[in-house]
Design a protein around this ligand. Structure first.
Ligand code: GLN
Ligand code: ZN
Length: 750
């Protein structure tokens, strides 16, 4: 029997982001629904045929989505709020209304909130369930797409978010997950029945929530759902698909339950190998996720084969570790040199890898194996021995800034003489059309360096003057020269590669193009000095230097696999450290090192938080600023205030000041900061920058007072939630004017 191959899901956005552009045109009424549907259909067909041609034997369907697969499941199962159902719209328009919100003649509908999909940079819509929700099968997307593929002669395996993960990810109002168990079972059973009638052999139920730490209740919920569901599966074979980790807390249950296939992740699942070695049941097919669905490097065949062999399953399907949604489509459209290109496998290239692995596993494919061995026989890049030595020789003292923070605090207060409740912003000012256009012209050599510099200087001057006028205490240069907080730095570091088309869906129609860390990273040239220095030379007030921190740069790039994440982060940390010291040498007295994405890559299991991540991520940040003078003030900024559970780690970054997003979470974090004796000075954002709304003076004053009720005034800074680059000029000025008025009013009362 030949070993077969499959994937968990394929990117749906299209090689040239066709779905994104068509959808956006549809939103703007440039094309009609029929045309959008036709584009979507073409893309689905293209993907299925691509998979078939690649030799993938088991092809999924319903991995396509117009916006998000969790939202698809909500529409399939009638979880849509009544006010959306009542809109006099087509199904698709109701769907988009819930995805993006709708405000218009027919009513006012809030979009469901969005959250990060496990440990990826993809975002899903969070279903909101309440006592009125009736969980039942009403949609037909999954059936329609199965039928569509069948017409092409492909019997696909429909993919559906499993009931456990769906209920775990949902948020509840006057209801709980357990209220929906019975109806969910009935609804999923109805899906099974209908698929059987249509001629399906398998269904794939995605249950990534199983790789998190599970409580006894979670296990109960899982069993309550699957026992009755599997009892009624009839002829349909059920693949339970997990990814992003291992299933250590439920492996025994999975083995006992009558699943026909178990999909396990051998890449991120640290204990997967160990679990299957306890014995993989002979009555089940192992869908072995050995090809990394999240990164862009070629698979190391010898390693994957060793995993496949050690698994000891009688029936194996070679699989990716997670959906290929998280990697770009193909390296074909990139113009890297052949010697570089041969190391990359994006989604399309991974299909060939799956085929190779199956062949080699069956004792064929010697040629492919040899070619792959040759690829890995030599290190991909020549290592920078001096840099590796430097990292190997780092001492504990290199990670510790002297003197201790309380001493620095006094020195800095004496040196800066800032008023109580100092005001500042997070760094960027509005990136208007004009700003983006001039940057584009410069990139395309349509304007000269002199013209470009003059423009940026003009912008800096304009905003410095405005900041002085409005009365801000610590100014910023505005970041007009930056396209993106990571790309701008990557372009000035060695070791980085930038793709042309390697887009990955982030949410809905939004895609990102993460840069690739190819080799050892060093600072090639000063990164931010020119503009920070210029800005400081134009004003007597303090201007904050503005950097992106090493953990954030790493988390928003495709990382190397030939060195550890820790090593890669330390390389970045040393590069940014040079920049910090250079800023200091150039007279910059306050330096903000943004760690916007620090919280993002916190491991899914709490037990791994420190050992797998924080134990090196926090020291890497400390390394960046450990060598500055006591009077140099280090700020950091984080985009989420959801760090209540890692407060000691945030304090251990040893920054002097931290600003963070707080206004939308109702300042909840303040209690935790107080209780846990947070030492770093704090600037909890006093207004939400995600909306154009202008906060009133009263509102901001109330917020400041609420902050002061929890945190002593000498520790408090006043700032917005985040950078202002996405906001308009007028609303930015109006909002900050009110913030300053409110701050002055509160100061008078202190
Ligand atoms: N300094 C950056 C800015 O103001 C921070 C952005 C962020 O936190 N995402 O734009
Ligand atoms: Zn932010």
């Amino acid at each position: 029997m030949m070993t077969t191959t499959t994937i968990i899901g394929f990117p749906r956005i299209g090689e040239k982001r066709e779905l994104k552009f068509a959808t956006e045109k549809y939103f703007k009424n440039v094309i009609d629904q029929e045309e959008l549907r036709a584009t979507a259909k073409r893309l689905r067909r293209h993907n299925w045929e691509l998979l078939r041609q690649a030799g993938i034997s088991e092809i999924p369907s319903n991995d396509f989505s117009y916006y998000d697969q969790t939202l698809d499941a909500a529409f399939l199962f009638n979880l849509v709020p009544q006010n959306v159902q009542d809109l006099p719209f087509s199904e698709l328009d109701k769907y988009f209304a819930l995805a993006r919100g709708y405000q218009g003649r027919e009513g006012n509908v809030l979009a469901w909130p969005m959250k990060k999909w496990f440990n990826t940079n993809y975002h899903y819509l969070v279903p909101q369930l309440n006592q009125d929700t009736r969980f039942k099968l009403t949609g037909d997307k999954i059936f329609a797409e199965f039928a569509e593929a069948k017409e092409l002669g492909i019997i696909t395996r429909p993919v559906l978010l499993g009931p456990f993960t769906l209920l775990k990810l949902s948020e509840y109002q006057n209801a709980a997950a357990s209220d929906f168990v019975k109806d969910a079972v009935t609804a999923y059973q109805a899906v099974f029945t209908k698929l059987i009638t249509q001629g399906a052999h398998w269904i794939q139920l995605d249950e990534p929530a199983l790789v998190k730490d599970l409580t006894a209740e979670d296990r109960q919920l899982f069993n309550d759902l699957y026992r009755p569901l599997l009892a009624a599966k009839g002829k349909l074979k059920v693949l339970l698909q997990t990814y992003f980790g291992d299933v250590r807390d439920v492996y025994d249950d999975l083995v006992k339950l009558p699943f026909d296939g178990l999909g396990l992740d051998f890449v991120e699942g640290k204990q997967t190998q160990q679990l299957v070695s306890r014995g993989f049941p002979a009555d089940k097919v192992l869908f072995a996720g050995v090809v990394n669905g999240k990164n862009i490097w070629r698979n190391h065949y010898d390693q994957s084969l060793a995993q496949l062999k050690a698994a000891g399953a009688q029936q194996i399907v070679v699989n990716t570790s997670c959906s290929l949604l998280h990697v770009p489509l193909t390296v074909e459209n990139e113009d890297f040199a052949p010697d570089v290109k041969k190391h990359f496998a994006f989604a399309k290239e991974k299909l060939a890898e799956l085929q190779d692995l199956a062949a080699i596993y069956d004792g064929r494919g010697a040629e492919q194996l040899h070619a792959n061995q040759a690829l890995f026989a030599h290190p991909r890049v020549q290592e920078d021995a001096a840099l590796h030595d430097r990292i190997a020789n780092l001492k504990d003292a290199d990670f510790i800034r002297q003197p201790a923070r309380p001493v620095r605090e006094q020195l800095q207060k004496a040196a800066f003489q800032l008023p109580l409740l100092p005001t500042t912003t997070i760094g960027s000012f509005p990136q208007t059309k004009e700003v983006r256009q001039v940057r584009r012209q410069f990139r395309r050599h349509e304007i000269s360096q002199e013209q470009y510099d003059a423009f940026i200087k003009g912008k800096i001057d304009e905003w410095l003057k405005w900041q002085e006028q409005v009365g801000l205490d610590v100014l910023v240069h505005g970041e007009f020269e930056r396209n993106d907080m990571v790309e701008y730095f990557g372009q000035r570091l060695s070791g980085y590669l930038f793709s042309k088309n390697a887009w990955v869906q982030s949410y809905g129609t939004r895609c990102v193009k993460p840069p690739i860390i190819w080799g050892d990273v060093k600072r090639q040239q000063p990164i931010t000095i020119k503009w920070s220095k210029y800005a400081q030379s134009q004003t007597k007030k303090l201007v904050k230097g503005m950097l992106t921190g090493p953990v954030t740069i790493l988390n928003w790039s495709f990382p190397r696999e030939d060195i550890s994440l820790k090593e890669a982060t330390l390389q970045l940390a040393l590069a940014i450290q040079e920049e910090v010291l250079d800023l200091e040498a150039n007279g910059i007295k306050i330096i903000q090192i943004d760690e916007a994405a620090l919280r993002e890559k916190l491991p899914l299991r709490k037990s791994d938080w420190y050992s797998e991540y924080l134990d090196w991520a926090i020291p890497a940040f400390r390394l960046v600023h450990s060598k500055v003078q006591p009077e140099t003030q280090i700020h950091t900024h984080m985009c989420y205030s959801e760090f209540t559970d890692i407060i000691p780690a945030i304090d251990a970054m040893d920054a002097d000041v931290i600003s963070f997003e707080a206004s939308r979470s109702n300042l909840e974090i303040l209690d935790a900061l107080k209780k846990q004796h947070f030492e770093t000075e704090v600037g909890p954002g006093v207004y939400d920058i995600h909306s154009p709304r202008i906060p009133s003076v009263d509102e901001v004053q109330t917020t400041i007072k609420r902050i002061l009720a929890k945190i002593a005034a000498p520790k408090v800074w006043i700032n917005p939630d985040c950078g202002l680059k996405t906001r308009g000029v007028e609303e930015t000025k109006a909002s900050l004017t009110n913030v300053l008025a409110a701050t002055r009013a509160v100061r008078r009362q202190l």
